[in-house]
Design a binder for this molecule. Structure first.
Ligand SMILES: NC(=O)c1ccc[n+]([C@@H]2O[C@H](COP(=O)([O-])OP(=O)(O)OC[C@H]3O[C@@H](n4cnc5c(N)ncnc54)[C@H](OP(=O)(O)O)[C@@H]3O)[C@@H](O)[C@H]2O)c1
Length: 241
């Protein structure tokens, strides 16, 4: 993976940040983006202190901003080899109570954000590249109070398969990962303590997923070790089926 160029969206926190770390450790050049939280972006830059890391402010649900981000990457590094569509948000509510604009916002970021980045990755990615989409356990097993998140995560799994079919003409592979509950700012904001305790009880291996668990699987799927794996969705959930 040395000197490969990777774009990881939402790499200033949680799972994305760990993926950035693992890619930098493997000698990749990593570009990541964030949406709002500039202080987290500055912290991330300081913490990694690595000339191989470029952090860009870009809302993945805004097509113009994504085009600008790819143009900036092209100018500085040329084409990318890897895309990790990780950026996501979480707004919970019951279906009957959901504000429809908020519902759309979750779809815009969690589903369309990944679609837009994938669309522009095609012309900006070298042959034999790889895409990993971070979906969610909730994309397979829905729950109450997170309908927009569940829909977006489910859509990503099939969108990944469609990408694998279409982008195979450039030998670009596309796979998705469904992590179970992983304590991060996103998930801790979204769940009550009793719900979190219940999730732990339902996990046969007796612990939560960590960002490292997902990052290691992501790196495997990006790497040449996974060169015949495409269109696949992998659960990472400690046996919580
Ligand atoms: N944590 C879990 O339990 C869990 C489980 C399964 C799947 N996932 C998925 O894993 C991914 C990462 O989640 P996480 O828990 O690591 O979240 P997190 O800690 O809240 O980090 C989210 C990252 O995404 C960025 N982001 C949010 N909206 C964005 C936008 N519109 N454009 C660009 N960047 C944006 C954030 O930047 P700002 O801070 O600047 O907004 C931040 O860098 C998400 O796709 C989530 O659905 C999480």
């Amino acid at each position: 993976m040395n000197n490969k160029i990777a774009l990881v969206t939402g790499g200033t926190s949680g799972i994305g940040k760990e993926i950035v770390k693992e890619l930098l450790d493997k000698g990749c050049i990593v570009i990541t983006c964030y949406h709002n939280n500039e202080s987290l972006a500055n912290e991330t830059e300081k913490e990694f202190n690595n000339d191989n890391l470029l952090i860009i402010k870009c809302d993945v649900s805004n097509e113009k901003e994504v085009v600008n981000m790819f143009n900036a990457i092209k100018e500085k590094y040329g084409k990318i080899d890897y895309l990790v569509n990780n950026a996501g948000t979480f707004i919970d509510n019951f279906i009957k109570d959901f504000n429809i604009d908020e519902f759309k916002k979750v779809l815009d970021v969690n589903l369309l954000g990944k679609v837009i980045c994938t669309k522009y990755a095609y012309e900006n990615m070298n042959n034999n590249g790889a895409i990993v989409n971070i979906s969610s356990h909730l994309g397979v097993v829905p729950c109450t109070e997170s309908p927009a998140y569940c829909v977006a995560a489910a859509g990503i799994i099939n969108f990944t398969k469609a990408t694998a079919l279409e982008y195979a003409d450039k030998k670009i592979r596309a796979n998705s990962i469904c992590p179970a509950f992983t304590p991060t700012p996103l998930s801790l904001r979204g769940w009550k303590q009793e719900e979190i305790d219940q999730k732990l009880k339902e996990t046969p291996l007796g612990r939560f997923a960590t960002p490292e668990d997902t990052a290691k699987l992501c790196l495997f799927l990006l790497s040449d070790d996974a060169s015949f794996i495409t269109g696949e969705n992998v659960w990472i959930n400690g046996g919580r089926l």
